[in-house]
Ligand binder design. Structure first.
Ligand code: GLU
Length: 309
């Protein structure tokens, strides 16, 4: 089977070192298996996403030599596919309206570290007359029932990881009250329809994988392989974000001068390169070996985090 990976950036700002690192590792892990790459713009969160950021991300990927083979596919244009998946899901298991509020806001974006909580099942057994009454006051979101079953992923980087969906996750949102579809459902439908077989992303999303596998199984999609790479964090241990000015694209260009300089530095931080020297992705690929990289990470302190500097 041919390997297909993906870049899945959220166009909510210009890329920073953390996004480039995730894309570079995806590119290396997928291409080193002879695979191709799909580009998907994850603009489900319509308030935070901007077309101009998506354009900039593509220009940045191109200048960095992070090439893709198909796409861009925009999540904002794929509601029909998500609706089909949602309807299919409703036929396979319990999907019910939920009138609780905060979860909704979160459901559009990938839940990064520390953003998880277990839903108590508050709205699971509301009688239909009550659902009708409440629906007049407020549009509900929709949750899928989480079974008391263990889902196990054999991750290419993190090894075996398992979760009991009922106790570690709880029923989760697949459609938001504003009618849009939640990250967990959208990503599963997209990965399937776009033919993605190998998902490489930061290990803060490892805890979303059992939910996604559960949806894949219900929808008859089959499970892709997963490689959750260590999270790139700042000195205080937090995932890199726009907050970290020294990791911004402008700062990277100012410091490392060329795209090869940026890639080389990030590859060095990631343990892909021994020395901090300019290198285009293609040169890294010629020497990249997943097992060797993992051994190097283990020797340097583990698979959970890498510190940006
Ligand atoms: N769009 C997500 C992000 O920017 C990635 C989601 C995924 O890889 O499944 O972090």
């Amino acid at each position: 089977m041919t390997v297909v990976g993906r870049f899945a950036p959220s166009p909510t700002g210009r890329m920073h070192a953390g996004n480039i690192y995730a894309a570079l590792l995806s590119w290396l892990i997928v291409r080193s298996q002879g695979g191709s790459i799909v580009l998907r713009i994850e603009d489900l969160d319509r308030e935070r996403s901007k077309p101009s950021y998506a354009d900039q991300i593509m220009r940045d990927f191109e200048s960095l030599g992070l090439t893709w083979d198909r796409g861009p596919f925009y999540q904002s244009g794929r509601d029909d596919a998500y609706r089909l998946a949602f309807d299919a899901l409703s036929q396979k298991t319990r999907v019910y309206p939920c009138f609780c509020t905060r979860a909704d806001l979160r459901a559009a974006s990938a839940p990064h570290a520390g953003e998880r909580y277990v839903y108590a099942g508050t709205c699971r057994d509301i009688p239909s007359s009550e659902v009708e009454r409440r629906s007049k006051l407020r549009v509900p979101s929709w949750r899928v029932f989480a079974p008391d079953a263990v889902y196990r992923v054999n991750d290419l980087v993190q090894g075996s990881f398992e979760q009991n969906l009922a106790t570690d996750c709880g029923d989760f949102v697949v459609r938001r009250a504003d009618g849009s579809f939640a990250y967990q459902l959208a990503v599963v439908a997209d990965d399937f329809y776009q033919g993605v077989t190998c998902i490489v992303r930061g290990c803060d999303l490892l805890s979303s994988t059992p939910q996604q596998m559960y949806l894949q199984n219900l929808l008859g999609f089959g499970n892709p392989s997963y490689a959750h790479v260590p999270l790139l964090v700042d000195a205080s241990g937090r995932r890199l974000s726009k907050r970290n000015r020294d990791a911004s694209f402008d700062e990277l260009i100012a410091r490392y001068r060329t795209p090869e300089g940026i890639i080389g530095h990030i590859a060095y931080i990631a343990g892909v390169l021994e020395d901090d020297e300019p290198a285009p992705p293609a040169a890294l690929l010629a020497r990249f070996d997943l097992d060797r990289w993992k051994r190097r990470l283990k020797a340097r302190g583990g698979m959970a985090q890498l510190e940006w500097r």
